[in-house]
Design a binder for this molecule. Structure first.
Ligand SMILES: Cc1cc2nc3c(=O)[nH]c(=O)nc-3n(C[C@H](O)[C@H](O)[C@H](O)COP(=O)(O)OP(=O)(O)OC[C@H]3O[C@@H](n4cnc5c(N)ncnc54)[C@H](O)[C@@H]3O)c2cc1C
Length: 430
């Protein structure tokens, strides 16, 4: 019988799972639906707990070289008045940085490493997993090429479904679930070639939940001299019912035009950032609705389990999407190492830890997570303020920020003190 782990999806979660299990001596195969992996997407953030796991995989330097070490996160009103700022990464006392990076660059770093370490013969592009069957210690998948032609079947000891928000494996487990839930927010996302703002390493959020602008530098290379690649998200939210779904099926590759949203920001010219100029300094914009799915009661069915967005798609609030997929991959590795020869027990441990942990983040993000102060200040002082303390106290601000870090698992002291998630010691029975 094979002892291979079959991984569905060669996105962020799938490739990190492959690299992590390979490092642990577990044989893997990756099946990715697209025939060619392109550096798609815009910016993404890796939080210190995820960078720590990337360091264990010997990828930290490569990511640092392609990205920007985020030094500060700052919240502003729609008039550009500062509400709150906090140091990030090593500046906040973590042993690891926060890395802002182009998702495509991240995926290419992972793909190169996977091809080199795991081997080209084990990364199967153009192989869509159409069906999964799990039975008596074996899992079997049915494979198709992009035109739907059969590519036969493959067997493994375990299947990890890292096939994203539209996971077909999840749909097989939960056929009645339907499309993702939409909170009424539309995000226009792009990368500007523009001069740096503030200290050149700050992520900012301005506005409030109905109209927001987020930006952060993701690369010091690739832009014109003196400029940076600055990722931005312009976000507008309209009221919708609790069970709303997007008008069009969400797709990371749907293009839009700046005229669709630039007028909303025409007067957002602050003395430290010119938002309309930043928006104009991009030549491509993508549109994506803010969607997630309800937390699931179960991830594991026989020898198959879910990971990353397939398991817990969440609103992109608090920079957690990619980071949590990485933590899943490393926790799964630790559980398998802690329970050699007992895949069922390993999967139980993985799910018992990661399912509630990620469900808490999905819920916190629905409640605006760390962005709550922007709403409170907008409600209390829509026309601006003279003194911030008259509107919101320091205690209220730091309680919101610290509370979210605890929920998302990156409270500084506990992260610095604990072992890597792939360390089997963390998962042995007490
Ligand atoms: C093209 C693309 C662009 C993105 N851009 C951004 C972005 O700009 N900003 C952001 O915050 N997040 C972006 N994301 C989402 C982000 O990557 C995830 O939220 C996060 O990194 C978790 O990763 P994941 O591996 O769980 O899912 P994903 O990174 O979405 O990867 C899932 C992978 O599974 C593959 N797949 C799907 N179905 C099958 C199947 N049946 N068989 C085999 N393979 C399958 C997909 O082709 C994809 O490569 C993007 C995702 C994609 C796919």
């Amino acid at each position: 019988m094979t002892d291979e782990v079959l991984i569905v999806g060669g996105g962020i979660g799938g490739l990190v799972t492959a690299l992590s299990l390979h490092q642990a001596g577990v044989p893997v195969r990756v099946y990715e639906a697209v025939p060619r992996i392109e550096p798609l997407g815009v910016g993404i953030n890796l939080l210190p707990h995820a960078v720590r796991e990337m360091e264990e995989l010997d990828l930290r330097r490569a990511l640092e070289a392609d990205g920007v070490l985020c030094r500060e996160l700052a919240y502003y009103t729609k008039r550009g008045q500062r509400i709150w700022s906090e140091p990030r990464g090593e500046e906040a006392g973590y042993r690891w940085p926060q890395i802002s990076i182009h998702r495509g660059a991240l995926q290419m770093v992972l793909l190169r490493a996977a091809l080199e370490r795991v081997g080209e013969d084990r990364i199967h592009l153009g192989h869509r997993v159409a069906q999964v069957e799990s039975d008596a210690g074996v899992v079997e998948v049915t494979l198709e090429d992009p035109s739907g032609r059969s590519l036969g079947r493959a067997q493994g000891a375990l299947l990890v479904a890292a096939d994203g928000i539209h996971s077909s494996v999840r749909r097989q487990f939960y056929p009645d679930e339907g499309p993702p839930r939409w909170n009424g927010a539309i995000m226009w996302r792009g990368v500007a070639d523009a001069p740096p703002y503030l200290d050149g390493r700050t992520m900012i959020m301005a506005g409030h939940p109905e109209l927001k602008f987020v930006c952060y530098p993701i690369s010091n290379a690739g832009a014109r001299p003196g400029h940076r690649c600055i990722n931005f998200i312009a976000e507008k939210r309209v009221p919708v019912s609790d069970d709303a779904t997007p008008e069009e099926r969400e797709d990371w590759t749907r293009r839009a035009h700046i005229d669709d949203f630039l007028p909303l920001y025409e007067d957002w010219t602050f003395d430290w950032l010119d938002v309309p100029a930043l928006i104009r300094a991009t030549d491509a914009v993508w549109i994506y609705p803010m969607v997630d799915r309800d937390p699931l009661p179960r991830w594991t069915f026989g020898r198959a389990t879910l990971l990353g967005d397939a398991a817990h798609p969440m609103y992109p609030i608090g920079s957690n999407g990619a980071s949590q997929a990485i933590l899943d991959a490393r926790a799964l590795t630790g559980c398998l190492l802690a329970h050699p020869g007992d895949v069922e027990r390993a999967l139980e441990r993985y799910e018992a830890d990661r399912r509630p942990a990620t469900a808490r983040i999905v819920t916190a993000n629905r409640g605006m997570g760390p962005e709550l102060p922007m709403q409170l200040v907008e409600e209390r002082a829509p026309d601006g303020f003279e003194r911030l303390q008259d509107v919101i106290s320091d205690e209220e601000l730091s309680e919101i920020a610290d509370g979210y870090k605890r929920v998302a698992g990156f409270a500084v002291e506990s992260l610095n003190a604990r072992a890597s998630l792939a360390d089997p010691q963390s998962w042995r029975e007490p």
